[in-house]
Design a protein around this ligand. Structure first.
Ligand code: CDP
Ligand code: CDP
Length: 637
């Protein structure tokens, strides 16, 4: 359950969003089939692209992914792939499932493909029929035309193929992507009233960038020559679908966002979403490598076909209630086959918020209204979760039941959303106190909270709580995923001096020497920090302010805090204080806190540092009340 805190002020933010999922997954396929190496930059690291990387590795392809740098290096195979030993697992990823299936045409051994329940239920029939026509044998272990299945390309016969495009354009994209590696040239004819055509253009554009020859003879007839691909360095654009939520948020709140890494030459169809916002009254400025959207007045209603950019239909729905007139989206009946039935999901959840919304045969209609608070079901669909988060920025009390599904395409989505709230934090009565162990942070924070009649949050206790759970679960404190997962499932609450972790009173345990010895390793984990930072921000925003103490409150959690204080004291003094409190040997404590100081100050994510414009107080020779008086003189709520 994630409660969406509303915006207090219109946002004004420049964002670095992750790379495009569609481009990353196409680039991974092409690079794997290419001759020579490919280096991808601004690659997306999310469930859907990790699924693709894992599947491609099963074909013996060497892929080196560097998540912090957002790069992926692929050693190409020139189309000569090993047969995978085990069944391929596509997780929940539609592009991975579809792009991987035609690779069977390049392998003379059976390959098995399977994935999560959600992908098992999504249709693949037209693609499988096309592969079958090329001589690929298909055997189903479950329902016909669905995963799990086994493909065998031993009897490949290249011939021209007709394929329907009215369920998904991914089928044709999938076939096109392997075609340069087939032994002969091949022609595809796209039949029916094809959907999402810009994705086919994207595929062809990318294939050509890697040396393929694709001829478009008549509309809907595509001939690919057997040239293979040539590896190269390739920069991936920022994801236009992910960007749509931030453009929408800026337009509807009369704020401003700038998104870098995407611009006038974008190959993503979802970039068209900004044209819709422009027609509704937003101001849009497109540069070579960035796009700025700002809201001017209340947005107008619109009637619009979203056939070409249907992934952004829920985004438009999210801002529809706040428009001055009706919003009608047409031509998107096919999105019932996405991660969820998106038309029905949008309408059902809108109604829960008291909004007049209805489904039509090929789209939906949403009337203006003020959403009331309620719990939104995400249907395990990232786009539903993200869209209703944007809606929640302007309403009170919107809660997303399973917000983690955003990890499919943008694991850091809520961090970016938080960036939109930073302007509004100036309005809160926040006192940020940072400093090393034993500097007097918590004594000072408690005293000031009392004086100022604000609530107090000990963020160190939150990191300590995670550390205690890591010890209890017997997990390596530096194991990124496992420790992040523990943090995701932790429920920390405070009752006066007492700390409850998942309903257990762990007040004593979290101060134990065992916790002291691992807490800084746990706290260096960016996944842990992201989750706790979000909880800390939400805590203060829901209260209109508070006194928070820790290591990064002024520098990262609340850079716009009303007052930032950095307290410090000599290591000996700090160890002496801790020794008086606990009765433990001072030398031992000195070693312990110096070790923690070192890890806390040198980690890459939010190191302990004096934030700009913080007042620095050396407490070594000062009493607590002297320090408190000094701080209070600077704090005017
Ligand atoms: O009270 P003491 O200074 O011993 O530690 P604490 O405030 O309870 O914090 C324990 C540990 O949590 C620190 O050594 C940091 O590694 C971590 N921490 C952090 O990284 N960021 C915060 N905002 C608070 C604590
Ligand atoms: O939270 P942090 O680790 O920074 O320190 P604390 O728990 O507030 O302070 C550690 C001990 O030092 C407490 O027993 C305080 O009473 C004492 N202290 C002090 O002697 N002089 C100060 N100016 C601040 C704290």
């Amino acid at each position: 359950m994630l409660r969406i805190d509303s915006l207090r002020k219109a946002p004004n933010a420049e964002l670095q969003l992750p790379g495009s999922k569609s481009i990353t997954n196409r680039a991974l396929i092409i690079a794997s089939l290419a001759e020579g190496t490919t280096s991808l930059s601004r690659a997306l690291f999310a469930e859907d692209t990790l699924a693709m990387i894992d599947c491609l590795k099963s074909f013996g392809i060497s892929i080196e992914a560097n998540q912090p740098m957002e790069t992926i290096d692929v050693t190409g195979t020139n189309g000569k792939l090993d047969a995978p030993q085990d069944s391929l697992w596509v997780r929940q990823s539609g592009t991975t499932a579809r792009f991987i299936l035609p690779i069977s045409a390049l392998i003379t051994a059976p390959i098995q493909v399977d994935g999560d329940a959600q992908i098992r239920s999504r249709p693949q029939e037209d693609l499988l029929r096309a592969l079958n026509q090329l001589g690929v044998e298909v055997a189903y272990s479950g329902e016909p035309s669905h995963l799990p299945l086994t493909l065998n390309g031993s009897n490949l016969k290249v011939k021209d193929i007709k394929i329907s495009g009215d369920t998904s354009s991914q089928y044709l994209s999938a076939l096109l992507l392997v075609s340069p590696c087939l032994p002969q040239k091949i022609t595809f004819t796209l039949e029916g009233n094809a959907v999402s055509l810009p994705y086919i253009d994207m595929t062809i554009e990318m294939m050509r960038s890697f040396g393929a020859i694709v001829e478009i003879d008549e509309p809907n007839t595509f001939t690919v020559h057997p040239t293979g691909y040539t590896g190269r360095d390739y920069e991936i654009e920022t994801d236009a679908s992910t960007a749509s939520y931030f453009f929408a948020a800026a337009a509807v709140s009369q704020g401003r966002v700038v998104i870098d890494g995407i611009g006038e030459n974008s190959i993503q169809g979802d970039i068209g979403f900004i044209n819709i916002l422009e027609q509704m009254g937003a101001k849009v400025t497109i540069g070579a490598d960035s796009i700025e959207v700002s809201g001017q007045n209340q947005l107008k209603g619109i009637e619009v076909s979203m056939r070409e950019l249907s992934d952004t239909a829920p985004t438009l729905a999210a801002i529809a209630p706040y428009c001055s007139g009706t919003v009608r989206v047409t031509d998107i009946g096919f999105i019932k086959n996405k991660e969820s039935d998106r038309v029905s999901a949008v309408v059902t959840e809108m109604k829960k918020l008291g909004i007049d919304a209805r489904a039509e045969e090929d789209g939906f209609v949403i009337e203006p209204g003020m959403p009331i608070g309620n719990v939104i079901h995400s249907y395990d669909d990232h786009r539903i979760a993200m869209a209703f988060t944007v809606l929640g920025l302007l309403a009170e009390g919107v809660v997303i039941d399973d917000a983690n599904c955003v990890a499919k395409t943008c694991p850091e989505f809520y961090e970016h959303i938080d960036t939109l709230r930073l302007e509004g934090d100036e309005e809160l009565a926040i006192l940020a106190i940072d400093g090393p162990a034993g500097s007097g942070k918590s004594s000072l924070a408690k005293l000031l909270a009392q004086e100022l009649q604000l609530e107090y949050l000990d963020t160190g206790a939150m990191y300590r709580s995670v550390a205690a759970e890591v010890i209890a679960a017997n997990i390596d404190p530096e194991a990124y995923r496992e420790v992040t997962q523990i943090t995701d499932n932790i429920d920390i609450s405070f009752n006066g001096q007492e700390v409850f972790v998942n309903a257990k009173n762990l007040t004593k345990q979290i101060r134990s020497p065992e916790v002291n010895s691992i807490v800084s390793y746990v706290a260096a984990n960016p996944g842990v920090r992201a989750i706790l930072r979000r909880a800390q921000r939400s805590w203060a925003r829901q209260r209109g302010g508070g006194v928070l103490e820790g290591r990064d409150i002024g520098s990262v959690v609340f850079p716009k805090a009303k007052l930032k204080v950095y307290v410090t004291a000599t290591p000996e003094e700090r160890a002496h204080r801790r020794s008086l409190e606990s009765g433990r040997d001072m030398k031992e404590i000195l070693n312990e806190i110096q070790e923690r100081d070192e890890i806390d100050s040198s980690r890459t994510d939010s190191p302990l540092s004096v934030s700009s414009n913080a007042i620095v107080v050396d407490t070594t020779d000062k009493t607590l009340s002297e320090v408190a008086n000094e701080v209070l003189r600077n704090f005017n709520v």
